[in-house]
Design a protein. Structure first.
Length: 249
């Protein structure tokens, strides 16, 4: 769905931006087997999981940028399967694999549920790159209440269509309770409103997500790529053995 058409529709939290599913099986693939890779020391006084940068592809890359194993997750902030992966996998992924310097991890937010995904993606990026993934983890840990609040008054959400572009998502954040949620996690309401008024960045995020669907052929979340190869893994118990077979052991 084109970004311009997103705003021709009602700003309903369930409106999809791309034809994608949450929790569907990823396309099959196997990571190549290889010898165990050596650890790579981080800069003095740091750990690799403290190193976070944004990427041209719209992601947040954590760890050694020159790691021989580059893991990418296309995930949705409104996806229960992605929330399960975050709960089960992020801590061991960071402590055991990213901190070894063997693996870098990049999260790319795929907007499968339209405005709510877009608003959440904008707000996790409203502070520093280092704050984005911890904020995403907080979203996933509270996904049920966030969605309940967002879906509670869809008639009111629909009225935001008549607002100027730089006001639509400002009002959306107010109606969905997102300002209170993020204020409790270090993003002030003024800061959040400023981010939500930045229509150019919202448009960029939506276009990036269209590229994930159309160019990268992503059709479900979470989808994992290792060194560009799509993996048959949707949960940590499936992903970790493939990292190990690729040499992260």
């Amino acid at each position: 769905m084109k970004f311009s058409r997103l705003f021709a529709l009602s700003l309903l939290a369930a409106a999809p931006l791309a034809l994608a599913g949450c929790g569907e099986s990823a396309a099959p693939g196997e990571a190549a087997s290889g010898e165990a890779l050596p650890m790579v020391a981080p800069p003095a006084g740091t750990t690799w999981s403290q190193k976070v940068v944004t990427t041209e592809e719209g992601g947040y890359l954590v760890g050694n940028p020159d790691a021989p194993l580059k893991l990418v997750e296309y995930g949705s902030l409104t996806c229960p399967a992605c929330a399960n992966f975050a709960a089960d996998g992020i801590e061991p992924l960071m402590s055991k694999y990213v901190n070894s310097g063997r693996v870098s991890f990049e999260f790319r937010s795929f907007l499968i549920h339209g405005p709510l995904d877009l608003a959440l993606t904008r707000l996790i990026g409203c502070s520093t790159p280092e704050a984005a993934l911890p904020l995403a983890d907080q979203v996933w840990a509270n996904l049920g209440p966030i969605q309940d609040r967002a879906y509670a008054n869809q008639e009111a959400l629909a009225t935001t269509n008549g607002l100027p572009e730089n006001q639509r998502f400002v009002k959306f954040g107010e109606l969905t309770g997102l300002y209170e949620f993020f204020a409790a996690r270090g993003i002030s309401e003024d800061q959040a409103r400023t981010c939500m008024a930045d229509f150019a960045t919202l448009e960029k995020l939506a276009k990036l997500s269209e590229g994930y669907a159309n160019d990268d052929k992503i059709n479900s979340t979470p989808t994992f790529l290792l060194n560009g190869q799509k993996l048959d893994a949707g949960m940590w118990s499936q992903l970790e053995p493939q990292l190990q077979r690729a040499g992260a052991r």
